[in-house]
Design a protein around this ligand. Structure first.
Ligand code: MN
Length: 441
């Protein structure tokens, strides 16, 4: 049995696919990736079902199940793919998901005997529509980038940017699952209570400080029983995979409402995730040591072990792009606002899982965790406008002559993520996009 961090035959960079688009340089979805999504033909009204991405196509796994091409654990996992969400597949755990991945890798590689039988089960991704991969029962958003926490803390509390608990526990708040949406969800500018500086009373207005947050999403696989806890050494056995996540945020609402209980309406009007979930197994080649400066104390023992130290972090390149209504009308491409990497995160995915359950809290298959805004140490690596514009004081110049402090109506924000390492195939996440519409009357 392979564990998520180990390399196996599915990672072999020499593999190619009989789906030609999967072999083009720089693609997000080569045969070494094989991310899962819930999809259906666009506009069909059919049931959603599981699919796996290969090049610019999606392979219908419910239809594949109908052909009964696999045996044993792979067949058992494939049977779970006929459901309209991935919860059943996620619940099976990494051994069965890994067996399915190995079988799909074999069926999609260039020399596969099954190519002729499988070709009719492909649909161009451009002709598909998606839903959130899982029925998300609970959504928790962490705050795992110390660079983000410090920069934001400086704006809200110049005297003590980093609160004393930060370096000891993965800080989080419980978010709202009902408003998690898949990429392509366009939403009206939210309203909220704003307290203008120096005013005597707040007003109910459309937010003036709408922002994005560049985050990694984590879909929980196998759950844990309430009253039990997940030890660090086992934590990754409870992770199905990762996606991109945009935690849209109304900063003016947040500033007025967040104390003493944390984020509420500033965050829960919309959260955007990418349709494709990249399994932890696919990310194995991109594991890197989890390090902290020698001057920093190690975490408490339950959040710290040698395996984490050696390979607890994942080097996922993250990028935010913006295009405005005017840029689109002029045919201009989106403009990159920042780039960072998940390897700079102060806390790892395993530490988040372990801490979340240390009190006996139960995680369920399909639960969603957000990593918190992933900012790097440099100003150009800031994962939100709040940081990039120093709280709205320094506008960003756009290529068409416009400028932004926070998002304007018509702005579209697109998150991208990918992993690259010499000697391995690139593994991409696709995108998570959303557009800001004018506030409702
Ligand atoms: Mn967030």
């Amino acid at each position: 049995m392979s564990t998520p961090g180990e390399l196996n035959a599915t990672h072999d960079p020499r593999l190619s696919s009989w789906v030609a688009s999967a072999n083009a340089p720089g693609v997000d979805f080569p045969v070494q990736n094989l991310p899962f999504a819930a999809f259906r033909p666009a506009g069909s009204g059919q049931n959603f079902r599981a699919g796996v991405a290969i090049g610019d196509q999606v392979l219908d796994l419910a239809a594949l199940h109908g052909l009964a091409p696999f045996a044993g654990p792979a067949a058992q996992a494939l049977a779970a793919c006929a459901h309209p969400s991935l919860n059943a597949l996620m619940a099976l755990g990494p051994e069965l998901a890994g067996a399915l991945r190995a079988a799909l890798s074999g069926a999609l590689r260039s020399d596969a005997m099954a190519a002729a039988r499988l070709r009719p089960l492909l649909l161009p991704q451009a002709a598909a529509e998606y839903r959130v991969a899982a029925d998300v029962g609970d959504y928790t958003d962490f705050y795992a980038s110390i660079h983000h926490a410090t920069a934001v803390g400086r704006l809200f509390r110049p005297d003590s940017p980093l609160l004393p608990n930060y370096k000891w526990l993965p800080v989080a708040y419980h978010g709202r699952a009902s408003s998690v949406r898949v990429s392509g969800y366009d939403f009206p500018r939210p309203r909220g209570q704003l307290m203008p500086p120096g005013a005597a009373r707040p007003e109910l207005l459309p937010t003036r400080k709408l922002d994005y947050e560049l985050e990694v999403g984590v879909f929980v696989g196998r759950g844990n029983v309430q009253g039990s806890r997940v030890l660090l050494a086992e934590a990754e056995q409870h992770v199905f995979g990762l996606c991109l996540l945009n935690d849209w945020s109304a900063r003016d609402v947040q500033a007025w409402e967040y104390q003493p209980l944390g984020p509420f309406l500033a965050k829960n009007f919309a959260t955007t995730v990418s349709p494709w979930v990249v399994t932890l197994e696919a990310l194995a080649p991109f594991r890197v040591p989890w390090t902290r400066p020698a001057s920093e104390p190690p975490p408490l023992a339950y959040l710290h072990d040698e395996a984490s130290r050696q390979a607890g972090a994942i080097d996922i390149q993250l990028e935010v792009r913006l295009d405005t209504a005017r840029m689109r009308a002029a045919g201009m491409p989106p403009q990159r606002l920042s780039r960072s990497t998940f390897r700079d995160s102060w806390w790892t995915v395993a530490q988040m899982i372990t801490h979340h359950t240390v009190n006996g809290c139960n995680l369920n298959p399909g639960d969603l965790l957000g990593s918190g805004t992933q900012s790097g140490p440099l100003p150009a690596q800031a994962g939100s406008l709040l940081e990039l514009t120093a709280g709205g004081r320094q506008a960003i110049a756009l290529a068409d002559g416009e400028s932004r402090t926070f998002l304007a109506d018509g702005d579209r924000v697109t998150l991208h993520g990918w992993c690259e390492r010499e000697g391995y195939a690139r593994v991409g996440f696709g995108e998570a996009a959303g557009t800001v519409l004018p506030a409702l009357p």
